[in-house]
Write a protein that binds this ligand. Structure first.
Ligand SMILES: [Fe+2]
Length: 209
């Protein structure tokens, strides 16, 4: 029995941006000077996508974009063990007022997603990740097993706490996530998706842009 092992289900990565204050100011300034779009579900959650649906393409975020790409690539290649080069396909800023929420969702057309925590108060709602093996989508089990013991492998969801401004969270894009009942005004984060530039695996896939 000692030879039995299990795979971690939620392959979350975490990192920190050095000297974050200057990046925070740039992000907050952007939200003051640009018009947001409404979230489909929560009227207290707004998004800033930028003109070409990737706010990090704005010239003011040039250094930050390079840092996020570098850290995401490390997570994808060195930690997870894949070999393709990545690019940031889309990115946006989220500002959530007190009482707002982010409905459960996952990100399509990408392999890695991430969030940079920008402006957090004591009562901000942490991101909650659903276990793909025990929740309804994208994968689900047809038989519901019972358990008396909570482990990394049978939990339904994981709430990511102890995050601070300047911290980055990275995860495989298919994992369902969201948060409820935010209690901190101006909860601000910058989210981003990364896709592979090309793949030679079985059938060629590539992006030209
Ligand atoms: Fe998301």
């Amino acid at each position: 029995m000692e030879n039995i092992s299990a795979f971690p289900l939620l392959s979350l990565g975490a990192d920190i941006i050095d000297d974050f204050k200057k990046y925070k100011k740039t992000i907050i300034d952007y939200t003051k000077n640009n018009k947001p779009t409404d979230n489909e579900d929560s009227s207290k959650l707004k998004h800033y996508h930028g003109e070409d649906l990737s706010v990090l393409n704005d010239i003011s975020f040039r250094d930050l974009k390079d840092i996020l790409l570098e850290k995401s690539t490390y997570y994808y290649k060195d930690v997870m063990g894949y070999k393709e080069d990545l690019y940031i396909s889309d990115s946006w800023i989220n500002v959530c007022e007190k009482g707002g929420y982010q409905s459960d969702h996952y990100h399509a057309n990408c392999v890695v997603s991430g969030t940079l925590f920008v402006n957090l108060g004591k009562d901000f709602s942490p991101l909650v990740f659903k276990n793909p093996r025990t929740t309804n989508y994208p994968l689900c089990s047809h038989i519901r097993s019972q358990s008396d013991k909570e482990t990394l492998y049978n939990l339904d969801y994981m709430s990511v706490k102890n995050f601070e401004e300047g911290h980055i969270l990275l995860w495989p894009s298919y994992i369902v996530h969201g948060y409820k009942d935010n209690k901190f005004d101006q909860r601000t984060s910058l989210s981003f998706n990364l896709n592979i530039k090309s793949s030679g695996y079985l059938y060629h896939y590539g992006v030209k842009r």
